[in-house]
Design a protein around this ligand. Structure first.
Ligand code: ATP
Ligand code: PRP
Length: 211
């Protein structure tokens, strides 16, 4: 399979948009893709193997070279530094990272706590702001933390703003816009440069055509 390309795809929110983008770029992906529970899907006519991973794990597969390329949110890329090339902004799954809290929140000097799924990113952000905070790592339902007194602020993804609104929280600061990226294993980029360049070209032509 040395001339096959292995692509790590994030299951969940990004998946559908990424599959649609690849199809529009001319990749013939079978219907099996859309509702199967398979974690490995081979597409012989494209000489491509797709592995379906948790979004946070995609860079791990690519860094270790078991996938040549992958699709990962910029949030995931910022949170954990990886030895992979980030070659293209796919401009899908757009959202942003923000600091949120209860309305009327005022900065505390004593022991401020921030809950987040992104402890490294949050630590870095508050360091840059010159504020010392304790970061509490959570794995989901981040908006619970200020409601129940675990933390006074959160760092989390905002898309429609619905989750903040329905939980009576407000955005306090915007941190960074997020979209999904195409990432590449450095060794694969040398060994399979033609195939990967072709993929980047097809995708960028499509994306730029939509500007
Ligand atoms: N509203 C949103 N909430 C969270 N992630 C979003 C949103 N919109 C786009 N994204 C992108 O989707 C990725 C997360 O996808 P998803 O929510 O399916 O996975 P996950 O939350 O990591 O998985 P799980 O919920 O199974 O732990 C993020 O890395 C981000 O780049
Ligand atoms: O602005 P919105 O459109 O409401 O989207 C943002 C919400 O979506 C994500 O949570 P997710 O649904 O992934 O659940 P989680 O709490 O398990 O991470 C994110 O962590 C926010 O809670």
């Amino acid at each position: 399979m040395s001339d096959w390309l292995t692509v790590a795809m994030p299951k969940g929110r990004i998946f559908e948009e990424a599959v649609e983008l690849l199809r529009r770029a001319g990749y013939n992906l079978p219907a099996e893709f859309d509702d199967s529970r398979k974690l490995i899907v081979d597409v012989p006519e494209e000489k491509m193997r797709f592995i379906l991973a948790k979004p946070m794990d995609v860079p791990t597969y690519v860094e270790h070279g078991v996938a040549d390329v992958g699709v990962a949110g910029k949030d995931v890329m910022i949170e954990e530094e990886r030895d992979v090339y980030e070659v293209l902004d796919l401009r899908i799954s757009a959202c942003y990272l923000a600091v949120a809290g209860l309305p009327g929140y005022e900065k505390k000097d004593i022991n401020p706590k921030v809950a987040s799924k992104y402890p490294n990113l949050a630590t870095q952000y508050f360091k840059e702001q010159g504020e010392q905070v304790e970061i509490i790592k959570l794995n989901g339902s981040i908006e619970l933390a200020p409601l129940i007194g675990l933390a006074d602020r959160i760092v989390d993804i905002v898309s429609t703003g619905q989750t903040l609104k329905e939980n009576g929280l407000v955005e306090l600061e915007t941190i960074v816009p997020i979209t999904s990226r195409l990432i590449v294993n450095p060794v694969s980029y040398r060994m399979q440069d033609e195939r990967i360049d072709e993929m980047v070209e097809r995708l960028s032509r499509l994306i730029e055509g939509e500007e």
